[in-house]
Ligand binder design. Structure first.
Ligand code: ADP
Ligand code: MG
Length: 717
């Protein structure tokens, strides 16, 4: 009986015996306790070995096999001290999740005892049976193996569970023919591409002390928490991560009382626990708060180098999911777990920084600094305009389709919010107006005495998919459940290309005897002129913007499938090949996998919808009807209710029969055809079933309703 669930859910949380006394630890003591930091490793290695390893970590030099055994021994010793019993290569296959295969440190010896074994070979390379990971045809079926290769630029760490701990070694994952089968490999390649282009441009500006430019990333993760009593009574949540049924509750987010509201005790205790674990893993968690929808929250770390940020993002998602269970809750990371109220995103704050601590997207103190800032800004503007398709593709999924374009998340149309001040400066550049003086914004080019650009552009625009926020760009279309690797890979690559293009132009003008300043000014001007259509500071949710965007000829790829189609456009194949990020075969494989995942996601949703409607909702409605029909008293209310329920049940039954027909078909033999069948036939049929079921939910007696309602799930905390 589900009424009982509500009460037990409400009672689930009692502090007694639950407290893990996380607050008594000092963050400083806990931070990175379970991370084999470079410093920790240095202390455990001899000087020559450390120097050699450092060359690998910092400059990507191939690891010297001669030192691998020594490093492995140091790692093992550290891990055993930390209580680890197993080790695993930790990698990120194209499912978007992480994968691990644990091997015990302990190996039996011939005399019947056991020794701890972990060699250089075990560290550097693993051979998981890769046949069960998506490869998009890259791994021929006769060659089931793939291999994992150690990524020494992301530190190893210990993952703890209730009964032990495992040493996790971040690795890349590739096929034997060398093609990337994961999300980390192209990310690492794109980081290198950006490094090269940015260093080249910086040299033009006379910056010679920087040895490295890295992309930096801070991701804000949104999620929902519901009581697990409800979760396990919702097969749709268990199977698909979202509710396929559910009438809108009488109270949603209208009261706007949840956002930044005080955090319920159970949730706050959970968050504290999560943070504590993440601190130990070296994840610099900073912010926590309630989000807009009831039951929705956010967690955000301080930004890091994007490779590490991407690894940490996976750990954040995993820790949220695992920890929620200890508090009798389930963390929902799906982009749209509940229809009719806000979905969840993962804003990616992105910038570029040098190893000397300079943020390339931070306006500076001097005109010279500001010219440099405008140069990199212009490169981003150009990149986003030229590659709207790639950014859209990088966030394309069946689940994110519910969010993009619904009036709560950025639209599927890419545009850039620059803010009034920065827009003004670029416009003045184009029109040749003075860049100095009171009315001329605050930035000067060429004149020695000028006030600096304000650090934080004042106005905020929540409706833009890609916003300048003072010293970084925030990509807001990223979905809450996805890996951030692909969006960062795309950003790094397209900006690398734009930086190169602008550098080429400046150099060409200088060859024609223009001064650096004059050349730069000209390039900024022509770049902005060409690409300003992508800049939009208004309301991205409005109908007017959709019309305006069409006039500007901006792409509007409404659904994931239209976006995925473009991944292998010649322009994209050329771009990724030029920067050595992904080759044609790798791109084709990724496209195939994206279609396949889209197909599978909706296929499962369609089947689950049918299953629940047929075996739970319809029987519930019919039982109620039978009960009413057996009452045997004459009453107007009774007759009316019977008629209403009967009609609504018929509607559900009709819609259900139609869905069954679509579910029984696949629409073709290729994943491509199947994906379109799902979008064009199954999704609409599911929608009709849901409409009928949600109408029934409002009139069927509560005791006959088989599923926990939105009202229950969202408000019991
Ligand atoms: P805001 O006030 O715009 O929300 P915050 O300083 O709170 O700015 O930052 C929001 C997110 O942006 C955080 O995750 C933060 O670490 C990240 N961030 C800040 N600076 C950078 C940067 N240079 N590169 C990448 N991310 C950054
Ligand atoms: Mg946010």
């Amino acid at each position: 009986n589900h009424e009982f669930d509500v009460v037990s859910a409400a009672r689930n949380w009692r502090l007694d015996g639950m407290s893990r006394q996380v607050s008594s630890d000092v963050v400083n003591e806990v931070f990175a306790r379970d991370v084999l930091t470079p410093e920790e490793l240095r202390q455990r290695l001899s000087k020559p070995v450390w120097k050699s390893l450092q060359a690998t970590m910092e400059r990507g030099a191939p690891i010297d096999p001669a030192i691998a055994d020594t490093v492995a021994l140091a790692m093992k010793t550290w891990a055993l001290e930390k209580g680890a019993t197993h080790y695993t290569h930790w990698f990120q296959p194209l499912t978007g999740a992480t994968a691990e295969k644990h091997d015990s440190f302990v190996s039996p010896t011939s005399d019947g005892s056991a020794i701890a074994q972990f060699s250089g070979k075990d560290l550097i390379q693993g051979e998981p049976d890769a046949s069960s990971f998506p490869s998009g045809g890259l791994r021929a079926t006769f060659e089931a193996r793939g291999y994992t290769a150690w990524d020494p630029t992301s530190p190893a760490f210990i993952l703890r569970h209730s009964n032990g701990a495992t040493l996790c070694i971040p690795t890349a994952f590739a096929s034997w023919t060398g093609e990337a089968l994961d999300l980390k490999t192209p990310l690492l390649r794109s980081i290198e591409a950006l490094n090269k282009s940015a260093l080249r441009a910086l040299a033009l500006f006379g910056v010679t002390d920087a040895n490295k430019v890295s992309s930096t990333l801070g991701a804000e993760q949104e999620y929902f928490l519901i009581d697990e009593e409800f979760y396990y009574r919702r097969p749709d949540l268990v199977m698909t991560g979202r509710t396929l049924f559910g009438a809108k509750p009488p109270r949603g987010q209208e009261l706007e009382d949840h956002y930044f509201g005080s955090i319920p005790d159970r949730v706050l205790s959970f968050m504290t626990d999560v943070e504590h674990q993440l601190y130990a893993l070296g994840v610099p968690v900073k912010t926590r708060h309630n989000e807009v929808a009831p039951g929705q929250y956010e967690i955000a770390p301080i930004f890091e180098h994007s490779n590490i940020a991407a690894d940490h993002q996976q750990l954040i998602m995993q820790t949220l999911k695992n920890t929620a269970r200890r508090y009798g809750m389930v963390a929902l990371l799906h982009e749209k777990p509940f229809a009719g109220i806000n979905g969840s995103g993962k804003h990616c704050n992105w910038s570029m920084g040098t190893d000397t601590g300079m943020n390339l997207l931070e306006p500076g103190e001097t005109p010279h600094d500001n010219m440099q800032f405008l140069f990199f800004c212009a490169a981003v503007i150009r990149a986003v305009d030229l590659h709207q398709d790639l950014l859209r593709i990088s966030v394309a999924s069946a689940s994110n389709d519910h969010r993009l374009g619904a009036n709560e998340a950025p639209p599927a149309i890419l545009s850039i919010f620059l803010g009034a001040e920065l827009t003004d400066i670029f416009e003045r550049l184009v029109s040749g107006k003075s860049l100095t003086g009171k009315s001329a914004g605050l930035l000067g080019l060429g004149t020695p005495v000028l006030p600096p650009l304000p650090r934080h552009a004042g106005d905020r625009n929540r409706t833009s998919p890609f916003a300048f926020t003072g010293n970084k760009f925030e990509f807001r279309a990223v979905g809450s459940s996805q890996s951030i690797s692909m969006p960062i890979t795309v950003l790094n690559t397209i900006v690398a290309e734009s930086i190169d293009a602008l550098t080429d132009e400046v150099e060409a003008l200088m060859k024609k005897k223009k001064s650096f300043e004059a050349a730069l000014q000209e390039v900024l001007k022509s770049t902005y002129k060409k690409h300003s259509r992508i800049v939009f500071n208004g309301d991205g949710y409005s109908e007017a913007w959709h019309k305006e965007a069409a006039k500007r000829d901006l792409l509007n790829l409404r659904t994931a499938l239209e976006a995925i189609e473009r991944l292998t456009d010649e322009k994209n194949i050329e771009l990724f090949a030029k920067y050595g990020v992904l080759n044609r075969r790798e791109l084709e494989a990724r496209q195939e996998i994206m279609f396949d995942q889209y197909f599978k996601t909706i296929n499962i949703e369609g089947e689950t919808t049918e299953w629940i409607a047929q075996t739970q909702i319809l029987p519930g409605a019919l039982a109620y009807l039978a009960e009413l029909s057996g009452v045997g008293v004459k009453s107007k209310a009774l007759a009316r209710t019977i008629e209403q329920v009967s009609k609504a049940a018929d509607a559900l039954s009709d819609a259900l029969e139609k869905l069954k027909v679509q579910n029984a078909e696949l629409g073709g033999d290729t994943v491509h055809e199947k994906a379109y069948h799902m979008r064009d036939r199954v999704l609409p049929a599911m929608q009709e079933v849901r409409k009928a079921a949600d109408a029934l939910e409002r009139i069927v007696a509560d005791k006959h309703w088989p599923l926990p309602s939105y009202r229950e799930m969202l408000f019991v905390k």
